[in-house]
Design a binder for this molecule. Sequence first.
Ligand code: IMP
Length: 178
Amino acid sequence: MAYIRVHDKLFDPFLTQEEIQTRISFIAEQLNTDYADKKPLFIAILNGSFIFASDLFKKLHIDAEICFIKLASYKGSKSSGHVVTAIGLDNDIFDRHIVIIEDIVDTGKTLTEFLPQLRHQQPASLKIVALLHKSEATIHPVPIDYLGFTIPDKFVVGYGLDYNGLGRNIPEIYKVVE
Ligand code: IMP
């Protein structure tokens, strides 16, 4: 694979379709075991996770539900800082086994702000599956229970991830050339 251009940046090949699918199959097998008979509800966080969520969900052979939400961040009062609200979470999560599907955990800020809201609704359990984790970029540690790949602190595109709106439809994952 050669490098590609998205907007003004060049990106190098980083993860192939095969590497991604092999890893997702491995995670799916773990979930098939861990959630057999638990009828989990997967909550995929849009936009970035839509392709990952789709491929992962197809590999699950258990009874499971999925819903898609969008997190909107706005600046609250000074004391509360940024407030994250979930758009589209219509399901009652009380006493349900919940698995969050996230494309990439970078600083950890998004999930750190969102998880307490879910815990407040008293799910039976709450776990996180993330395809990518930039461990060096962590500011707010997030407990990732099922992880695809730990990656360097470099900007990536493809497989659902965008650079200013473009690149989501690239089947592989590419890393920025610096
Ligand atoms: P966090 O709150 O810093 O963990 O950021 C998580 C969100 O930032 C992800 O869900 C992505 O939407 C976005 N993001 C972080 N790093 C990248 C990247 O390298 N490429 C594309 N999007 C990214």
